[in-house]
Ligand binder design. Structure first.
Ligand code: FAD
Length: 368
């Protein structure tokens, strides 16, 4: 089987790139699991928050929101819906946040209580509001990327782990994935938590990408939660909650190094957070409806690693999206497609340099 571009990994990174490259390139995507997006891409909190993360991430998020809104316009139901974000804190904490994020709005104590009446009044002073934050229908977005990649002629092979790679003598690679041998001019490493291991398979230097586990639980509540209510977090980002289908979605926001694999929930983390939500709100969190854990894979500087490897020609990185892989997917895929095809907009040269696999500071040893 031949491809112009072989993408390894069928999460949101790989699928969005397949969408952005097909039909201009013959794309083959291989996914190790029997189904697509079984790992982190189906385990997120499903948010797009334009004020979350460093400046490069915020830029990519704004672009992605605009692109997903355009995508959504052609679909029967919107992929994005408003889910404002309220960040609680002391006056000093909130002023510091507002200083760095001019598009946030200052909320008084009374204004915050009006928007989130479940809060216990004594637990915060003031808040910052991001009225532009969105909740994303991630399955619908993944399905859009997948169906448009297929319509553009891409081949998507599940149950096909890439296990061997060798130069093909013409500047490309021959890759064994499941039963198949695939020849490709360019290989894209979109293997999520496995990305550094994948790099080794191709003789590339790992970039110090570390998977960190984080959990989310859906809990029932004793008192009803307004389904249109905001997402709420404290300024130290030590937890968040938001309404979700008549229940409450909560996360203890843990960030614990973990091996690449099928990450599992640590029950005590959720139990501790349920107690805390009970202390800061009056909703009365009750039983856990379901809970999951995923891996946020990050480079040392917290930015994605995107671009060609300078020492292994035609090996392209699309990894290290950390906690931003959903909200940046459309823009990162478009940027990657431009880098692979050629024709990067001059105005994006700075962004591409900031994400380059060759940038300084990558390649730290994994934490013990
Ligand atoms: C609790 C939690 C909440 C989050 N909330 C948000 C949020 O609200 N907004 C946001 O933007 N981001 C969020 N994220 C982050 C986001 O989910 C990730 O950044 C994103 O899903 C990463 O996508 P990916 O495609 O790189 O990785 P994955 O989805 O993990 O995909 C990588 C794929 O590569 C495959 N693979 C690995 N090795 C091989 C191989 N040898 N051969 C073939 N295939 C292989 C794997 O099986 C896997 O399917 C959250 C993450 C967590 C854990």
């Amino acid at each position: 089987m031949d491809a112009d571009v072989l993408i390894i990994g069928g999460g949101i990174a790989g699928l969005s790139l397949a969408w952005a490259l097909a039909p201009a390139r013959r794309v083959v995507l291989v996914e190790a699991e029997p189904g697509l997006a079984r790992h982190t891409s189906s385990r997120s909190a499903r948010q797009m928050q334009p004020n979350y993360g460093p400046p490069a991430i915020r830029e990519l998020t704004l672009r992605s929101i605009a692109m997903v809104e355009e995508i959504s316009a052609g679909l029967p139901a919107p992929i994005l819906k408003p889910r404002p974000l309220i960040t609680l804190g002391t006056r000093d904490e909130v002023e510091a946040l507002l200083a760095g994020h001019p598009s946030l709005t200052r909320l008084t104590h009374a204004e915050t209580m009006a928007r989130s009446p479940e809060l216990r009044a004594e637990k915060f002073q003031v808040a910052a509001l991001d009225d532009t934050a969105k909740e994303v229908d991630v399955p619908a977005l993944l399905d859009f990327y997948r169906t448009h990649a297929l319509a553009g002629g891409a081949a998507i092979l599940t149950g096909s782990p890439a296990t061997e790679a060798a130069p093909d003598g013409q500047g490309g690679f021959t890759v064994t994935a499941g039963e198949r041998s695939i020849s490709a001019r360019v290989v894209v490493n979109a293997a999520g938590a496995w990305a550094d291991g994948m790099a080794r398979l191709f003789g590339a230097q790992p970039r110090g990408l570390v998977p960190y586990r984080r959990s989310v639980a859906i809990v029932s509540t004793e008192h009803p939660v307004d389904p249109a209510g905001p997402m709420v977090e404290p300024a130290d980002e030590s937890y968040y909650y938001r309404p979700d289908g008549g229940h409450l979605l909560i996360s203890p926001c843990e960030s614990v190094p973990a091996p690449a694999g099928d990450a599992q929930v640590v029950v005590e983390d959720i139990a501790r957070l349920i107690r805390r939500i009970g202390e800061v709100t009056t909703v009365g969190p009750a039983g856990v409806v379901r809970a999951w854990t995923g891996l946020r894979t990050e480079a040392a500087d917290g930015l994605p690693v995107v671009g060609f490897d300078s020492l292994v020609p035609n090996f392209f990185w699309l990894a290290g999206q950390g906690g931003y892989g959903i909200q940046t997917s459309a823009a990162l895929a478009t940027l990657s497609a431009q880098l692979i095809r050629g024709g990067l907009a001059e105005t994006d040269a700075g962004l591409a340099a900031a994400l380059s696999p060759q940038r300084a500071g990558l390649g730290r040893p994994a934490p013990a």
